[in-house]
Design a protein around this ligand. Structure first.
Ligand code: MG
Length: 269
């Protein structure tokens, strides 16, 4: 009988140690799948899923991609939503409410995903990083800053920081992210800044169009020297994939993650 009395106390100790529940990873404990494959707008193409859908994120996770990219906008009523274009179902996202936008479902029957739903889904696993693109505002530069602030606030509320790499074409959006979350991984998309410039501004990575790296070949060595991580978009054919593999890129962003896995698994890195 004495032993039975201590069972609840033992249970409490066991549970509070995290043995009975899923322990949330910290930024330093997180290690993503050891490959270079980033699914662009999720893994959608092969299975004809809608881009940027929860289903495309789930497929990227199922494939074991090290990252899954998605695009974020702010609606007129301050919802953070996931979609590539600034328009959805004939409506300008920034000038429409979430209810107006959500009246039209994605082709697979999903509601237009919110960033809350997307992050919550992504945080169910720990091998695929969430590559979060903050889209510049079509209304004003200031609204892009507000969007960046709301995104970082939500990421912090959900304790999603360890999963996130922030990317943007708007340099000031990345600077805003760093102001609010100084240790954030940020990568710039627009392609006109040298790796040394990025390093001076504490940007984590160069995530440029493949033609930028082919034209500015010297930036690859410069990035490695400056500690700038290298990502490239959007690489969809085997020859180009091999070129970036040969140049030891940290990530390759692609609409064809299955093809990139085939190449990596056949030839190694
Ligand atoms: Mg994008």
């Amino acid at each position: 009988m004495k032993n039975i009395a201590i069972l609840p106390a033992l249970f409490f100790l066991f549970a509070s140690n995290g043995c009975m529940s899923t322990k949330k990873p910290t930024a330093s404990s997180m290690s993503f799948a050891p490959n270079i494959v980033v699914a662009h707008r999720g893994a959608w193409k092969k299975n004809n899923l809608p881009e940027n859908s929860i289903a495309s994120l789930q497929e990227a996770v199922r494939l074991g991609c090290t990252g899954s990219e998605f695009d974020v906008h702010l609606t007129a009523d301050d919802s953070l939503v996931v979609n590539h274009d600034p328009h959805y179902a004939g409506l300008t996202i920034e000038k429409s409410t979430y209810a107006e936008l959500a009246a039209t479902k994605l082709s697979n029957g999903e509601l237009l995903p919110t960033v809350y739903q997307y992050l919550t889904e992504g945080m169910k696993q720990t091998h695929t990083m969430l590559v979060l693109e903050i889209k510049p505002s079509v209304i004003s530069k200031e609204r892009g800053q507000i969007l960046a602030g709301k995104v970082v606030t939500l990421v912090k509320q959900l304790k999603a920081e360890p999963w996130i790499m922030y990317i943007s074409f708007d340099y000031d959006i990345l600077k805003k992210v760093l102001e609010l979350q100084p240790n954030a991984k940020t990568a710039y998309l627009n392609g006109e800044k040298s790796p040394e410039q990025l390093a001076a501004d504490k940007i984590w990575g160069a995530d440029y169009h493949y033609n930028v790296f082919k034209k500015n070949n010297e930036w690859i060595a410069e990035a490695k020297k400056s500690g700038i991580n290298l990502n490239v978009w959007t690489v969809n054919n085997a020859d180009d994939m091999q070129w970036f593999i040969n140049n030891k890129f940290d990530y390759i962003t692609t609409n064809e993650p299955e093809l990139l896995f085939d190449i990596i698994n056949k030839k190694g890195r």
